[in-house]
Design a protein around this ligand. Structure first.
Ligand code: NDP
Length: 240
């Protein structure tokens, strides 16, 4: 039996909609994920840096915006405190930055540290902070939006730079370690494709809604056996 259907978890309202928290929810892939999960019937907690400026008018009342800066551990702890005691089914760590481009000659320690903080450390400590909420939920799933740029075997010819690549490779091993340490959590890694967002640019090969629909389907249907997998938005395996 999949953990998503496991009746042995903590008591909660039978048949309630899954509760999904998405970071970086105000634009790009994150916003498309909000819409995809809401369309699938989920209750969505849309975490972003500027929730007061963010409207989710087309969500059918299923979306609640919350403040979160992934580069600020105090903000992460504040979000967890605000959600204390509330079951959470799925956490999607989507927020990310690419950092300065320009190669080895323009790399700066400050930029490298910021990219690592937002893309790798942030998802790790947010997952730690929300683990009690996830353990009180049914799916107990953490999905990390990684990248082919974090792969050791694929994507060296794309334009991810040193800090970005290091941060996504770090996210990958951190996610595997979380899955190893906490077998009750289903820990998933995804490459979303080359997505037409501010980060992906206009020449990208897939639109955000298509990538988000694929990812949401994979995340909602994930089972514990999927933990530790690294897949593309359409379910194809990614090389590590
Ligand atoms: P965008 O640049 O279009 O959007 C990035 C999102 O992350 C925004 O919502 C932004 O919020 C948020 N964000 C950035 N920094 C922080 C922070 N400190 N705290 C909270 N939120 C933050 O990128 P995409 O939508 O394309 O990327 C989403 C994810 O997909 C990222 O993890 C990215 O690495 C990954 N990815 C994207 C690819 C692509 O082709 N687009 C390819 C491979 C992976 P704000 O508006 O406040 O800046």
């Amino acid at each position: 039996m999949s953990r998503a259907a496991d009746p042995g978890g903590p008591a909660e309202a039978p048949g309630r909609s899954p509760v999904v928290l998405i970071t970086g929810a105000n634009r790009g892939l994150g916003r498309a994920l909000v819409q995809a999960f809401a369309a699938a019937g989920a209750q969505v907690l849309a975490a972003c840096r500027t929730p007061q400026a963010t409207t989710f008018a087309d969500d059918g009342g299923r979306v609640r915006a919350l403040p979160l800066d992934m580069g600020d551990p105090a903000s992460i702890e504040g979000l967890a405190a605000a959600l204390a005691g509330q079951p959470l089914d799925i956490l999607v760590n989507n927020a990310g930055i690419r950092g300065a481009m320009g190669g080895i000659d323009t790399l700066t320690p400050a930029d490298f540290a910021e990219v690592m903080a937002v893309n790798a450390l942030g998802p790790l400590i947010l997952t730690r902070a929300l683990r009690p909420n996830l353990m009180a939920g049914r799916h107990r799933t953490v999905a990390m939006i990684s990248s082919s740029s974090g792969s050791m075997t694929e994507g060296l010819d794309d334009d991810g730079d040193y800090a970005y690549r290091a941060s996504k490779a770090a996210l990958n091993i951190l996610t595997l370690k979380l899955g190893y340490d906490f077998p009750d959590l289903t820990c998933l890694l995804f490459h979303p494709g080359w997505v037409a967002t501010e980060m992906g640019g206009p020449e990208a090969t897939i639109d955000a809604d298509t990538a988000a629909a694929g990812l949401a389907g994979l995340i909602l249907s994930a089972t514990p056996e999927d933990s530790g997998s690294f897949r593309r938005w359409n379910g194809e395996p990614m090389g590590w």
